[in-house]
Ligand binder design. Structure first.
Ligand code: ZN
Length: 121
């Protein structure tokens, strides 16, 4: 009886130690994810700042307006066929040369044919 309970207690102890190890591993992963998320947030904020600065420079040098930017953003957004505020990409076959380009591009990367709106894909 004592042997049985001793073995049982030893097994329970190993189970608890294993669980503590797993919890510690999860905690390490969470800290890593938090660090990466903060790094990404800082990078995005830096990119937003540079983007704003570039846009203000462009406006002052070239006389463009926010409406021009919005119009261009919609045109770029529609290149993947969806007006969703995102620039997803997919392969597109050029109607002129037949080779495959990327929907992110305005022109065929091989023959320079200009793609029109969202009509390709
Ligand atoms: Zn082409």
């Amino acid at each position: 009886m004592n042997l049985f309970w001793g073995a049982r207690l030893a097994q329970d102890l190993r189970d608890v130690q294993n669980q503590i190890e797993k919890d510690a591993q999860v905690a390490r992963q969470q800290r890593m994810i938090t660090t990466e998320t903060n790094d990404l947030r800082n990078e995005v904020e830096r990119l937003c700042l540079l983007n704003q600065a570039m846009w203000e420079l462009i406006c002052s040098k070239l006389g463009l307006t926010d409406a021009d930017l919005e119009k261009k953003a919609q045109e770029v957004d529609l290149r993947d066929g969806k007006l969703d505020g995102k620039m997803t990409t997919h392969p597109v076959r050029c109607p002129q040369c037949g080779r495959v380009s990327n929907s992110r591009l305005k022109k065929c990367m091989y023959c320079n044919m200009e793609f029109e709106g969202s009509a390709f894909g």
